[in-house]
Design a protein. Structure first.
Length: 68
């Protein structure tokens, strides 16, 4: 069994991270209350992205999850 590292789409090994906030549904959407916070890990080559709940993970663990 070989262990592949890198983006699951293109194999590139350079990533970037960003943080985003989104509104939910119902009243939070109506009043534009952005209470959902996520960290985005993306491939710098092809742009493939994965979202992670910001409250549940740390940055280094996210990159490890992205690369498998």
């Amino acid at each position: 069994m070989s262990e592949k590292k890198g983006c699951i789409k293109c194999g590139h090994t350079e990533v970037g991270t960003k943080e985003i906030a989104t509104s939910g549904t119902g009243l939070s959407k109506m009043f534009d209350i952005q209470h959902n916070h996520f960290k985005v890990v993306y491939c710098k080559n092809c742009g493939y992205s994965e979202l992670y709940n910001k409250q549940s993970s740390t940055g280094s663990n996210l990159i490890d999850l992205f690369f498998g």
